[in-house]
Design a protein around this ligand. Structure first.
Ligand SMILES: Nc1nc2c(ncn2[C@@H]2O[C@H](COP(=O)(O)OP(=O)(O)O)[C@@H](O)[C@H]2O)c(=O)[nH]1
Ligand SMILES: [Mg+2]
Length: 244
């Protein structure tokens, strides 16, 4: 069972001043409206209605936080979340690029997005969700360029790959990798950008995405440490003895 399955709704914010005062690592999901962000979050967390998947894009213009840890798996919804036991947060950012949102509202949300990704210290990484049929739109690039200077990782998920043939998918992935590799800093060094193919419908790339997000959220070390503890404890004495 993936750690992401523990995700449960934590809070919704409309302003930067409302951001939760938790300090655990956050993994933010960004993407154009209709790219498949909500569907991806739901399938990664194995919960149908966690992130609101809507046929009317642009309606969910707020930042949703989902906690990992501090509560039983999502089935047991009535258990209170123990805030000090939360290990990480998944952050669902408002979708951008929705044509019918008016100018001022659009600007407001773009600023909120920009400020959050640039200034939030506990933000560990960005997951950029893009439709594999039209990745790297202007706003995706803007998102990427806002975040790149932080030096933190971006993992791109190219969704709806079930709509592509196998060879189209291969080409899209190669082009996306080349695009990401084309970004270098003043010293000519590349950025920690990665990309993968994904289909919520066909469950393509689900394991890869899960492993990546768990790693970026620092939850993989937890798993490894817990496992090491379980393995070490009974043998501790004999280990010490053999070293002496
Ligand atoms: N074929 C296909 N459709 C998808 C996939 N993921 C999402 N969709 C559809 O794309 C539309 C937008 O998805 P949604 O998750 O609401 O996008 P969001 O606006 O980025 O949150 C919905 O009709 C989904 O059913 C996928 O992997 N394959
Ligand atoms: Mg959505």
């Amino acid at each position: 069972m993936s750690k992401l399955w523990q995700a449960r709704f934590f809070t919704t914010v409309n302003h930067l001043r409302e951001l939760p005062n938790t300090t655990v690592p956050e993994i933010a999901f960004a993407g154009r409206s209709n790219a498949g962000k909500s569907t991806s979050i739901n399938i990664l967390c194995n919960q149908k209605g966690l992130a609101f998947a809507s046929k009317t894009p642009g309606r969910t213009q707020h930042i949703n936080f989902f906690s990992i840890g501090g509560a039983h798996v999502a089935m047991h919804r009535k258990d209170p979340t123990k805030v000090d036991e939360i290990q990480a947060m998944l952050v669902d950012l408002p979708g951008y690029g929705y044509a019918e949102v008016s100018g001022n509202t659009k600007l407001y949300w773009q600023r909120l997005l920009g400020d959050y990704v640039q200034q939030r210290e506990q933000l560990a990484a960005l997951v950029l969700i893009m439709d594999s049929r039209r990745p790297f739109t202007d706003l995706d690039i803007q998102m990427l360029e806002w975040f790149a200077p932080t030096g933190k990782p971006i993992h791109c998920i190219l969704t709806k790959v079930d709509k592509l043939t196998r060879s189209e998918a291969t080409t899209v992935l190669r082009q996306a990798q080349a695009k990401l590799d084309s970004y270098v800093d003043e010293d000519g060094e590349g950025f920690p950008f990665t990309v993968q193919l994904f289909s919520a419908l066909k469950r393509v790339g689900l394991e890869e995405a899960t492993a990546k997000i768990v790693e970026l959220a620092g939850l993989a070390e937890d798993d490894a440490a817990a496992q090491a503890e379980r393995i070490d404890t009974p043998d501790e004495e004999s280990d010490d003895a053999s070293e002496d």
